[in-house]
Design a protein around this ligand. Structure first.
Ligand code: 13P
Ligand code: SF4
Length: 375
């Protein structure tokens, strides 16, 4: 059973609604430049396509040649070359989400994965500097787990409609309405929201996290569709919030039925941020890494990837014998991260991710609880 609430905290089915108009992304305050003072700014490297760059990036082009035409490589390669050199010089690592473009995912990332894998990598990191190839909540999570390290995001405007849908104040109101009911917060939220939560979850461990309390009811916010999917996998009653991912909410069951009619053998793989009628059509529902593993292990002939568009390009490079049908919805926030902005981050050490220490201490507890949950 699912109860969905909105910002007025009026029960309808129980889902709870955000007050902020979708698309109004608040640009967080830029960093103070502490990292630039600590490590120093470097000269911008020359960005030339020459024999040395061609030779030293040839092995990387091999990984992306199925999705990047040869005529485009001379534009990417000088950045790839410069970024890989500067990462070593700075003792920096680049953590890239599965939705990053193929040249970032395959050619400059040190670690790639879903939100949970990136958070775990951030926790283990020995680097001085972490650069997040992803959106702001992911960079905040890395900073929570590495309070003494420099964490940079190449574009501070890389937000998320789910993170934008709820505030810490909303969570306090939910707690007043449901005293004693544990609060599970999706990692796609701000540090303020995490700070008001008992534990975080991602799409790959949400069911396990919800069941970890042993209670009959759990507040699972802010993604209504993820919460509705979790409710189909557990006996725990779920109280949800009416937040949605602006990328996944656009898919429809109707379009998937058309793909299935055209080819009944096609495999439909969906992310749990999709609406319930989409999930109902799917052969498999899972996190971005769950989808990637499904394709790598089951080697389906044809798949429809019902998630952000770059995933299909990244998976394609690793599964050359699978044909991908791409209903192409791009995440505009993920796409703010580009090779030139990553290079700027390494040269000028911007934009620094900062979190109020009092908020960070509480939010860190919720993230660490999730990371240390026994599977
Ligand atoms: P994953 O944790 O499955 O990678 O999802 C993160 C995300 O933002 C999906 O839209
Ligand atoms: Fe947020 Fe959706 Fe983009 Fe993921 S795809 S970062 S949930 S807006």
């Amino acid at each position: 059973m699912v109860t969905v609430l909105d910002r007025n905290i009026r029960p309808e089915v129980e889902v709870v609604t955000p007050p902020v108009a979708r698309g109004e992304f608040v640009v967080p305050r830029p960093g103070t430049g502490a990292a630039a003072k600590k490590f120093g700014v470097l000269p911008m490297p020359k960005l030339e396509w020459n024999a040395e760059v061609e030779r030293e990036t040839a092995h990387l082009y091999e990984k992306v040649k199925a999705v990047i035409p040869p005529v485009e490589w001379p534009f990417h390669a000088p950045y790839v070359h410069a970024i890989n050199k500067l990462k070593k010089q700075r003792n920096a690592v680049l953590l890239a989400h599965n939705y990053q473009t193929p040249e970032i995912y395959n050619c400059v990332a040190d670690f790639v994965g879903d939100s949970l894998q990136l958070a775990k990598e951030a926790a283990k990191s020995k680097a001085d500097i972490i650069i997040q190839g992803g959106v702001h909540f992911m960079a905040e999570t890395s900073k929570l787990l590495n309070p003494n390290k420099t964490v940079l995001i190449p574009d501070l405007r890389a937000g998320c409609s789910l993170a934008q849908s709820i505030t810490g104040e909303d969570v306090r109101l939910l707690r007043e309405r449901y005293p004693g009911v544990p609060v599970v917060t999706y990692v796609n939220t701000s540090a303020d929201v995490k700070a008001e939560s008992d534990i975080c979850c991602t799409s790959s461990n949400a069911v396990q996290v919800v069941e970890s309390f042993g209670t009959d009811r759990v507040i699972c916010i802010p993604d209504e569709f993820l919460a509705r999917w979790v409710a189909t996998q557990t006996k725990v009653k779920i109280i949800a919030w009416k937040g949605h991912c602006e990328v996944h909410e656009r898919f429809t069951g109707e379009e998937l039925r058309r793909y299935r009619e055209a080819d009944p053998t096609v495999q439909i793989l969906a992310h749990p941020e999709c609406p319930p009628d989409v999930i109902a059509e799917a052969d498999f529902t899972g996190s971005t890494s769950g989808i990637l593993n499904y394709v790598k292990t089951k080697k389906p002939k044809r798949v429809v990837m019902v998630t952000e568009c770059s995933m299909a390009d990244n998976v394609q490079a690793e599964a050359p014998n699978t044909e991908f049908i791409r209903p192409c919805n791009l995440c505009p926030h993920m796409k703010r991260i580009t090779l030139p902005k990553i290079l700027d981050s390494l040269v000028y050490l911007r934009e620094e991710v900062e979190i109020d220490p009092a908020v960070a201490a509480k939010a860190r507890r919720a993230v660490e609880r999730m990371i240390h949950l026994k599977s």
